[in-house]
Structure formats: C-alpha cells, structure tokens
Design a protein around this ligand. Sequence first.
Ligand code: GDP
Ligand code: MG
Length: 216
Amino acid sequence: MEEEEGEEYLFKVVIIGDSAVGKSNLLSRYARNEFNINSKATIGVEFQTQTMEIDGKEVKAQIWDTAGQERFRAVTSAYYRGAVGALIVYDISRRTTFDSVDRWLQELNSECPIGPSPLLIVARSILPSGVGAVTVVFLFMLCFTALWVSHSDTTVARMLVGNKCDLGNIRDVSVEEGKSLAEEEGLFFMETSALDSTNVKTAFEIVIKEIYNNVS
Ligand code: GDP
Ligand code: MG
C-alpha cells in the first residue's frame, strides 16, 4: 500500500485536425461537460487536465488544444513535444477535413516518431566496405543504437475521431470510410458528437487507457 502512494501518471495528449472540426468542443465537453455554439469562445485554452482511475491508480491526462493556429498550418513542435497520445479529428459533414487526416498523421509521425529510429536504417545503408572506416562506423552505430533503444518504447496512442455524428442528415463521410482509414493506419476509431456527448468520454478514455498499457 505504501509503495502505491508514490505512483503518479501524467500523460500528454494532443488534439489535432482541421479548423472548426470541433476539437475545442470535444475537450470542453470531456473536461467540463460544456458545449459552445460560438467556436471563438473556446479559443485560448492551452490544456486541461483530467484525472481518471485505472487499476486503482490515479492517471492524469494533460489534454492540449490548439489556439486556432491550425488555420495557418503552423502547429508548432512545442505543441507535440512529449505527447504520448493523440486524437486526430475530422468533421463527418465536411469531406475536406477527412482528406486532411493524412497530412495531420504525417505531421504527428514526424514530430512524435514511433518505432525504430529512421537513423538506424540510414546507418545500415551507409555501411562502407573500407576497413579504415570501421571505427567510425562502430561509434556511429553505438550512437544510433542508443537512439533506437530510447525510441523503441515511444508509442503514441492514436485515435481517429469523426466528430459531429449528430449531423447524420448532412453526412459527407461514411462510417466505413473512417473505419477503413483507421485500420490502414493502425488507429483506434470512433465517431463522436461534442454537441450531444456521444462517445466523447469513451474516445478520450480509450486513448488514455492505451497510453497506460503502453507504459506499464
Ligand atoms: P475547432 O476549431 O476544431 O476547435 O472547432 P470548435 O470546437 O471551435 O467547433 C467549431 C464549430 O463546430 C462550432 O460552431 C461548434 O459549435 C461546432 N461543433 C463542434 N462540435 C460539434 C458537434 O459535435 N456537432 C455539431 N453539430 N457541431 C459541433
Ligand atoms: Mg479550437
């Protein structure tokens, strides 16, 4: 019992996706059970911290929201730094936001690399045959291996979120399309509505539980 007291988990989760897909409202619905018709009302919040219990342990998620900078395609590296979870959001009533998912995934993958470091692959491909270079290569490999080891357990829990599922009457992206993109990319998938609360809590909690599983 004594040793459990010292255990603390704090996970950074980022929400990304095109402007006006409902990122800020998903967060305000989850963290404060609030919804804002006027999107500008939610701009300016950097992150919200939510606590949940997993395996009897207190797990805190620090969930980051953009301040609207995605309109200028200028979400910074600082926004992604240290993130271990991500929700990639599109609007089921606007296909362009679904088309953008690829770009958001690319940005996420380059800012938060998953799996073996690409440097290791580079190191392998530049292995020279000359004997004189052996020492240099050995040192390089040592560095790359260290990098690889430090990266190998850096898995980012990712969920594709089709928001505004309350707008079924003007749906522009089918559930199947969302599902199959998620399958291709190895993401969790869920349709949500920040307006009527459908799946909002579930979506965040699946990501947070997956992060917990990844680290414990
Ligand atoms: P963000 O730019 O991605 O942060 O999007 P906002 O959260 O600011 O939402 C953009 C607009 O979409 C606002 O007018 C919201 O009221 C609206 N909105 C957000 N989520 C939903 C939803 O689930 N259903 C519907 N119908 N509208 C939503
Ligand atoms: Mg916003």
